[in-house]
Design a protein around this ligand. Structure first.
Ligand code: SDX
Length: 438
């Protein structure tokens, strides 16, 4: 009996099966052989929300949730946050290694030359309602980019994939900034390609009437760190959406829109916005015990806490907390920080949270920094989606080129009605139970 194997006995038939174990998994398709008779379809797995299912093999990001470890292509997130830039990290995620000085310059130049948006995009931005949520604008506009760059459908052409990567990484800050400026009735500020990636984003967001915007270096660097931390996170909900939509060979602009739509949810990337709303609802430190009571009663969630994988402190939250101090040196302290720190202190001492291994995640402190930097709360999910484009594109390409992958099409357990014949309407009795509404 091979050592790396699982021996299972089907008690329905008494048959014994040996299932190979590889990388700590068994292949679900190896269960299909387990049948009660030759006409039986064979065993499947049932795993709602994929709690215990690997959907792919990947070499991009590694997370050890119990130890609170996060590696991008083997490099610890703490070291990348300290030494790298977002564009260098995007290269690392996409190409798999840190670039030489020459490669990095070519990469940065490649992205920088694509920061401008087609003027027609400005026109349809004007079609959104004045109070449109910027994430709704972001999802729609990223998808619209697929209509401007038809060659993005050539997904098996490496050159088409590379230029699409450049365009997406380069244009999402412009889309985000344009959406923001539109929402506050300000004229848009065009990209300044002399500035860094984050410096230019701050320019497009906050430039006033001055001839040239000069980003504060502390805020510019803080955004680099925040973008590095948000760049990828293995098979999270939005990355899974990217891979599933990409498996149908949809163009990457449209697949990114699907991923961004998943990230928009308050349980995922929308949590940073929900955290700020929660802190404002709490309002002051003395109201925290009442809010904690409501959390324990199941009335509300402690937004920014908990994680499917991390059952320890999210390493990104630790770095963000440190970055907050540097930002507040420039912007002045965000009063909500004291509420957040007290909320964390209380939660980490409370058995309800400790027993469920609920720790602050990446979204708990990020919004406090963004607000202090002048970003409106509704922009926070967009600030999450922007850097995550680098991870989504890297994961999409890895899935596309994986010879084991094909179009994603899960199975189901059917518990619905048995076969029955159509009933003419005159013979239908009113339903005796349930709502009388159609
Ligand atoms: C991100 O997957 C990724 O990698 C995501 C991400 C990335 O970089 O892509 O890290 C980004 O999405 C971070 C998560 C941001 N979301 C939030 O902060 C929203 C609040 N958190 C929860 O909704 C929740 O913790 C999730 C969605 C993050 C994780 O949910 P799980 O893994 O499905 O856990 P669960 O809902 O099964 O909870 C287990 C228990 C339950 O209690 P019991 O039923 O056992 O009594 O913990 C409780 C939950 O009620 N619980 C919470 C809670 N999170 C879990 N209770 C109160 N507040 C919370 N936040």
């Amino acid at each position: 009996m091979p050592e790396n194997s699982l021996t299972v006995t089907d008690n329905r038939t008494g048959k014994v099966y040996s299932l190979p174990i590889e990388h700590g998994t068994i292949r679900a398709m190896d269960l299909r052989q387990i049948k009660t008779d030759p006409h039986d379809f064979g065993l499947l797995t049932y795993d709602p929300a994929f709690m215990n299912t690997c959907s792919c093999q990947s070499r991009i990001t590694f997370i050890d949730g119990d130890a609170g470890i996060l590696l991008y292509r083997g490099y610890p997130i703490e070291q990348l946050a300290e030494h790298s830039t977002f564009l260098e990290t995007a290269y690392l995620l996409y190409r798999g290694s840190l670039p030489t000085r020459e490669k990095l310059k070519m990469w940065v130049d490649g992205v920088t030359r694509h920061t401008i948006l087609h003027e027609n995009i400005r026109r349809f931005l004007g079609g959104f309602h004045y109070d449109a949520h910027p994430m709704g604008i972001f999802v729609a506009t990223v998808s619209a980019l697929s209509t401007f760059y038809q060659e993005s459908k050539q997904i098996f052409d490496p050159e088409a994939r590379r230029i699409t990567f450049y365009r997406l990484v380069a244009k999402v800050p412009t889309i985000a900034a344009f959406a923001y400026r539109y929402s506050i009735g300000m004229p848009i500020a065009y990209p300044d390609n002399e500035l860094s990636y984050t410096g230019n984003f701050l320019n497009m967001m906050f430039k006033g009437t001055e001839p040239r915007y000069r980003p504060d270096p502390v805020l510019e660097r803080a955004l680099e760190v925040l973008f590095i931390l948000h760049a990828d996170h293995e098979q999270n909900c939005s990355t899974s959406a990217m891979r599933v939509v990409g498996s149908a060979h949809t163009d990457p602009f449209t697949a990114i829109a699907a991923a961004a739509a998943a990230l928009y949810g308050p349980l995922h990337g929308g949590a940073n916005e929900a955290v700020l709303k929660m802190l404002n609802v709490i309002g002051s430190k003395d109201k925290i015990p009442e809010y904690i009571r409501r959390v324990k009663a199941g009335e509300v969630k402690l937004m920014g806490f908990g994680h499917r994988v991390y059952k320890n402190y999210d390493p990104r939250a630790r770095i963000i907390k440190r970055t907050a101090d540097e930002v507040f040196e420039v912007t002045g302290k965000n009063p909500l920080l004291d509420i957040a720190l007290e909320l964390e202190r209380i939660a980490l001492e409370d058995d309800y949270f400790v027993s469920r291994k609920l720790y602050p995640n990446v979204d708990f402190y990020s919004g406090i920094i963004y607000q202090a930097m002048g970003f409106p709360t509704e922009m926070f999910p967009v600030l999450f989606a922007m850097p995550r484009v680098a991870g989504w594109m890297s994961q999409w390409e890895e899935g596309l080129l994986d010879p084991e992958q094909k179009i994603a099409r899960p199975r189901q357990i059917y518990l619905g009605a048995e076969r029955r014949d159509y009933v003419p309407i005159e013979q239908r009795e009113p339903a005796l139970t349930g709502s009388m509404l159609p």
